[in-house]
Design a protein around this ligand. Structure first.
Ligand SMILES: [Fe+2]
Ligand SMILES: [Fe+2]
Length: 210
C-alpha cells in the first residue's frame, strides 16, 4: 500500500464515519491503534498481514451509518461488500481485498473469525467499548438520551436493566468476549478501571452527610 492509496482509504473511511456523527472517526483511529498494539503480541509463528489488519480497522464500520438509517440489516455484512468493492476500485488484488472483507464481515454477528487479522479486529473493536473510553461513551450516550448520572449508576448496578441505548453500552462495558490473549489482558486492566469508577460513583451518590 503506497501513501497515496492510504490517504485515499482514510479519506473514504472518514467520509463514511462522519455520517455517523462526531464520535465515528475517533473510534476508527482508536481501533486502528489497538489493532497495531495487539498485533505485536499475536503474530505467532505464521505471522500476520499488518496491511490487511490496518485496512480492516479503517474500513470496518463504513456501513454503520446505513444500519443506523435502517438501510442495512448488518453493517458487518454490508461493510464487507463496500470495502471489498472500494479496495478493488483503487487497485488492490482480490486476495487482499477478500481478507479485509472477511475480517469486516465477522466483526459484528458472532461468526467465527477464520484469520488472526479478523480475531484482532474483533477484539480491538470490542475493547474500545470498555475501560475509561467505554465509561466516557456511556455518559455521552446518557447525555444524548436525557439520562442522569444517577440513572446510569442504577443501570450499571442492575443485573437486568430496562433495555435502552445506555443499557446496551453498559452491557458491553461488562461483557468479556475476546479471542486473543493480548486483548484479554488489556480487558482485565480496563475492567478494573470500570469497577473502581462505578464503586467510587456509588459512594459519592450515596453520601447523605459529611
Ligand atoms: Fe462495527
Ligand atoms: Fe467499530
Amino acid at each position: 500500500m503506497n501513501s497515496e492509496q492510504l490517504n485515499t482509504i482514510k479519506k473514504y473511511a472518514k467520509e463514511q464515519m462522519v455520517k455517523l456523527g462526531l464520535h465515528g472517526w475517533p473510534h476508527i483511529k482508536r481501533v486502528e491503534r489497538l489493532c497495531v498494539l495487539i498485533s505485536k503480541y499475536e503474530a505467532g509463528d505464521e505471522g500476520l498481514d499488518l496491511e490487511v489488519l490496518r485496512l480492516a480497522a479503517l474500513l470496518h464500520d463504513v456501513a454503520k451509518h446505513l444500519e443506523k438509517k435502517g438501510d442495512s440489516g448488518d453493517h458487518g455484512d454490508d461493510g464487507a461488500v463496500m470495502a471489498q468493492n472500494f479496495l478493488r476500485s483503487i487497485g488492490f488484488d482480490e486476495a487482499k481485498a477478500s481478507l479485509v472483507s472477511h475480517a469486516i464481515r465477522v466483526h459484528t454477528h458472532g461468526e467465527e473469525p477464520l484469520s488472526v487479522e479478523a480475531r484482532i479486529l474483533h477484539d480491538a473493536d470490542f475493547l474500545d467499548k470498555q475501560g475509561a473510553v467505554g465509561i466516557a461513551s456511556v455518559f455521552i450516550k446518557a447525555c444524548l438520551t436525557d439520562k442522569t448520572i444517577e440513572e446510569v449508576a442504577e443501570m450499571y448496578a442492575s443485573e437486568n436493566p430496562k433495555p435502552s441505548y445506555v443499557a446496551k453500552h453498559i452491557r458491553w462495558l461488562k461483557k468479556q468476549q475476546f479471542y486473543t490473549e493480548t486483548a484479554k489482558r488489556i480487558a482485565g486492566k480496563r475492567d478494573g478501571i470500570v469497577h473502581a469508577f462505578f464503586e467510587a460513583l456509588k459512594n459519592e451518590l450515596d453520601v447523605e452527610d459529611f
